[in-house]
Design a protein around this ligand. Structure first.
Ligand SMILES: [Ca+2]
Ligand SMILES: [Ca+2]
Ligand SMILES: [Ca+2]
Ligand SMILES: [Ca+2]
Length: 415
């Protein structure tokens, strides 16, 4: 209660709560080189059924392979797997991807939002790391994000896109076979970016929150259970809201929302009242240009933490959750150039979460694995002359980049 009150007093400014990550060790990033031109979104799942989590990403400017799967070797090392060129034109521009079982055969499938051709491409997985030919379904103008959930009960997971030029969302209802009905269009605010899904009022129908970049707000709509939504309730957040995520951050059983404010370098927490109402109860600093968000207990203390990928500072930020809706100052770990989106999952099989980002400018994936970094290998000195010692020091300092800063944990107050 004490810290929530403090957050409310500081709402609109930055909350500087001294929450530290309890137990977290991450290694310096590993880089998967040249996955394509402008990788923009990333998903994960065990696509080849060998028990480890693989990656699937979309390249928004790549005309050869705008969908690429990276197969995990079981230790968090990735190599190129299945790839495809989606869409009917060379300007289909794959912007967003989700992985889910869309036809109920227990194999993961992929759905990709094609911003340039106003379509969703659905590829049904064979379970062995390969996928069938893409089926295309029409959305509103310029779908820039995609999410999944059962917006109408029965028939499996449905899809929703954010139509960035039409200022709408489109729900595509599943017929149960991974084939989707005509889009149900829903108006939202001007220049929508991303959509989050959750049951905000506990009635069993999925609800949505949409970040509205031009209007610095999040639009919240309650689902009717048939693919349509009720009236918009808007909550003002920071500047240029972008990525959204839903989870219960304060442990009261009601779903809350986190949204990154891309030009303000913060994340706003919208606390839910369990009846569909939300209020901003805290704003917390991230790295520069947060464009991706993931929710996970990174340090194993039982409190959900926030991870953002930061497009301008080329890193990820981990904000330790206090379990009461407050978050600590960011701990940052280096990535490639313009880390625009991320996923968090256990890629190296040690039951601790790892991070993978897509880096838009250099066309790479960064993988930040759990566990202590291996000690730097110091090569034997065979040539004492020249600049050899300086070169050695340079290499060692690079190896240590991204090691966790361990700080004592603050005593808990009031709970
Ligand atoms: Ca796998
Ligand atoms: Ca609901
Ligand atoms: Ca809550
Ligand atoms: Ca935690």
């Amino acid at each position: 209660m004490f810290r929530l009150a403090a957050s409310l007093l500081l709402a609109g400014g930055l909350c500087l709560t001294p929450i530290a990550l309890a137990q977290l060790e991450l290694q310096a990033q590993q880089v998967v080189p040249l996955v394509g031109a402008s990788p923009n979104d990333i998903a994960f799942g065990d696509f080849d059924g060998d028990g480890d989590l693989d990656l699937a990403l979309v390249n928004r400017d790549d005309l050869l392979a705008n969908l690429l799967v990276l197969n995990n070797n079981g230790s968090g090392g990735f190599s190129r797997g299945y790839s495809a060129l989606l869409g009917t034109t060379t300007t289909s521009r794959a912007f967003a991807i989700i992985a889910a079982d869309l036809n109920g055969d227990n194999n993961l499938d992929l759905a990709v939002a094609l911003l340039g051709s106003d379509q969703v491409a659905v590829l049904l997985g064979a379970g062995d790391g390969t996928f069938g030919a893409a089926s295309l379904f029409t959305t509103g103008n310029a779908p820039g994000d995609i999410a999944t959930g059962e917006f109408q009960a029965g028939n499996g997971l449905d899809l929703i896109t954010v139509d960035t030029e039409a200022n709408t969302t489109s729900v595509l209802l599943n017929d149960g076979t991974g084939t989707f009905e005509a889009a149900i269009t829903n108006d939202v605010g001007r220049d929508p970016s991303k959509v989050g899904v959750g049951d905000f009022d506990g009635d069993g129908n999925l609800d949505i929150c949409t970040s509205i970049g031009d209007e610095d707000k999040v639009d919240i709509q309650l689902g009717m259970g048939d693919g349509t939504f009720g009236a918009i309730t808007s909550v003002t957040v920071g500047r240029d809201p972008w990525a959204v995520a839903t989870a219960d951050f304060n442990g009261d059983g009601f779903t809350d929302i986190a949204v990154t404010n891309a030009t303000e370098d913060t994340v706003s927490i919208l606390t839910g009242d369990g009846m569909g109402g939300f209020a901003v109860t805290g704003t917390f600093a991230t790295g520069n240009g947060p464009k991706g968000i993931a929710i996970m207990d990174m340090d194993g203390d039982g409190n959900l933490d926030i991870v953002t990928s930061n497009e301008e500072s080329d890193n990820v930020s981990i904000l330790a959750g206090g379990g009461d809706g407050t978050f600590g100052s960011p701990s940052d770990f280096d990535t490639g150039n313009e880390a625009i989106d991320l996923v968090v999952a256990d890629f190296n099989g040690d039951n601790k979460p790892d991070i993978a980002t897509v880096n838009r400018i250099d066309g790479t994936v960064s993988v930040v694995l759990s566990g202590a970094a291996p000690p730097p290998v110091i090569p034997p000195i065979t040539d004492i002359g020249g600049i050899c010692p300086l070169a050695m020091f340079t290499m060692i300092s690079l190896t240590l980049t991204g090691l966790v800063r361990s700080r004592p944990r603050r005593a808990r107050v009031g709970r």
